[in-house]
Design a protein around this ligand. Structure first.
Ligand code: UD1
Ligand code: PEP
Length: 430
């Protein structure tokens, strides 16, 4: 059990240089398995999932040098022996994106347990299995293991996803590079992290048409080039620090070279009366005296925040806006169109004295603006919920404790020292 003690009630003030996006770093790391050329990655965050992949690559026989100080990761997979076998990392969804590289390299891959990530609800792997089969793999259970084996040569194919799944799209694109000819995916996910993985693959020499749209075509390609790639800032982390400024009545600026990704995120902050300004490569939120839910022009409708696959508000950002909903005077409906288990943690909010109503597994109404009190709460294994609970705690005078808060370490390096540097007294109690 890892507890986080938060002595709240201070306004967060200052500047933050955000880390890279875990959900871009992980598919990129998995995709490196396709190549035998040297790869240099920069701005690599020191997070749990990267540590797990680093250990996995080392066990596999890759030459990996991780300079945590310089945030660089130098990878050379040419040293992996053809007899290599290693256990895929557990407790991270991204493990499944190692499969295309392992199949291309070793002809076989094995998932030793069900692939788990944040406990947001059912997270099936059927769409992934369909992708691997379409590219010529056989997939079967051997005991509790799922075994993937090359049954025939991978050939270009076309697939239309039932829903725009992020990691399935990434797996399709990585697999398509290993096939002969051209492949196409329809109803592709287009999140900034999917786009960033494509940018990396293009720099390795791949040809990808339509990245950032729902229809992506990929040419098969194996002759990968040496690459030196720097990860961009994480839009989740940028939005999170801005939200921390909003709930604590503070003033925080975060470096952001992609403000064009923020139009809808900004509009969502506006729903709580908070304004984000983007200028000269920085995004700033100087909080108003009081957060107030803005009424709709159609004034009989409740203000709502809808989360769905990009370009909607991402489901992963919903908890941080729920924290704003709890603080802001008025009612807001939050609608998680992706996960049926992403809102059950609202009962922890009531321990702070917050008033919420779960309408059904996908919709939650916050009745914000009540006086909140410090509390001891427990985070589920959901990265952004641990953060949302920290946000609420930071906004309340007095000491709160968040039990099981360590999921936040899966995505945000230095999160606690960063918040500390902005004026909130937080410490791990492990
Ligand atoms: C490593 C990584 O990148 N993880 C992200 C990735 O996970 P991941 O790729 O696992 O998420 P998916 O996009 O596949 O969606 C997860 C689940 O949501 C449900 N679903 C999703 C979309 C939809 O339109 N309808 C629907 O029902 C399905 O049950 C699906 O299994 O995308 C999720 C959705 O943005 C994020 O929460 C995760 O942080
Ligand atoms: C849900 C998340 O991650 P994962 O898919 O790795 O569980 C997340 O990054 O918020």
């Amino acid at each position: 059990m890892t507890a986080l003690r938060v002595r709240g009630g201070q306004k967060l003030v200052g500047k933050i240089d955000p880390s890279a996006n875990k959900n871009a770093v992980l598919p990129v790391l998995c995709a490196t398995l396709l190549s035998d050329a040297p790869i240099m990655l920069r701005n690599v965050p020191e997070i749990t999932d990267v540590t797990r992949i680093h250990a996995f690559f080392t066990e596999l026989g890759s030459t990996v040098e991780w300079d945590k100080q310089a945030k660089t990761l130098r990878i050379d997979h040419s040293t992996i022996p053809s007899s290599a076998k290693a256990k895929l990392p557990q407790a991270m969804r991204a493990s499944i994106m190692m499969i295309p590289g392992l199949l291309a390299r070793l002809g076989e891959a094995r998932l030793e347990h069900e692939v788990k990530g944040c406990t947001l609800g059912a997270r099936e792997i059927d769409p992934h299995v369909q992708v691997f089969k379409a590219f010529g793999a056989e997939v079967s259970y051997e005991g509790k293991d799922i075994v993937f084996r090359n049954a025939r040569k991978a050939e270009g194919t076309r697939m239309w996803l039932e829903y725009a799944s992020v990691t399935t799209t990434e797996n399709f694109i990585i697999s398509a590079l290993t096939a002969t000819g051209t492949s196409q995916i329809v109803n592709a996910a287009c999140e900034p992290h999917v786009q960033e993985m494509c940018t990396f693959l293009e720099q390795m020499g791949g040809t990808i048409r339509g990245k950032g749209t729902s229809m992506v075509s990929i040419d098969g390609f194996r002759d990968f080039k040496e690459v030196d790639y720097t990860f961009v800032e994480d839009f989740h982390e940028i939005a999170t620090f801005l939200a921390l400024a909003a709930v604590t009545g503070g003033d925080v600026s975060v470096r952001n070279t992609r403000p064009e990704d923020f139009m809808l995120i900004d509009r969502t902050f506006e729903k709580f009366g908070a304004h984000v300004e983007h200028k000269d490569g920085w995004s700033r939120l100087n909080a108003p005296e009081e957060l107030v839910v803005q009424r709709n022009f159609t004034n009989h409708l409740t203000t709502k925040v809808e989360a769905a696959p990009w370009p909607y508000i991402p489901a992963d950002l919903l908890p941080i806006f729920i924290a704003l909903g709890v603080k802001a005077k008025g009612q807001t409906m939050f609608w998680n169109k992706v996960y049926e288990g992403g809102l059950t943690w609202h009962t922890e909010l009531s321990l702070f004295g917050a008033h919420t109503l779960l309408c059904d597994p996908h919709r939650l109404i916050t009745f914000g603006g009540d006086k909140l009190v410090p509390a001891t709460v427990t985070s589920p294994y959901i990265i952004r919920v641990a953060i949302a609970l920290l946000m609420v705690a930071a906004s309340i005078d007095g000491e709160s404790t968040i039990l099981d808060a360590d999921p936040m370490r899966r995505a945000h390096p230095n999160f606690v020292p960063n918040i500390d540097s902005l004026g909130v007294d937080v410490s791990w109690d492990d």
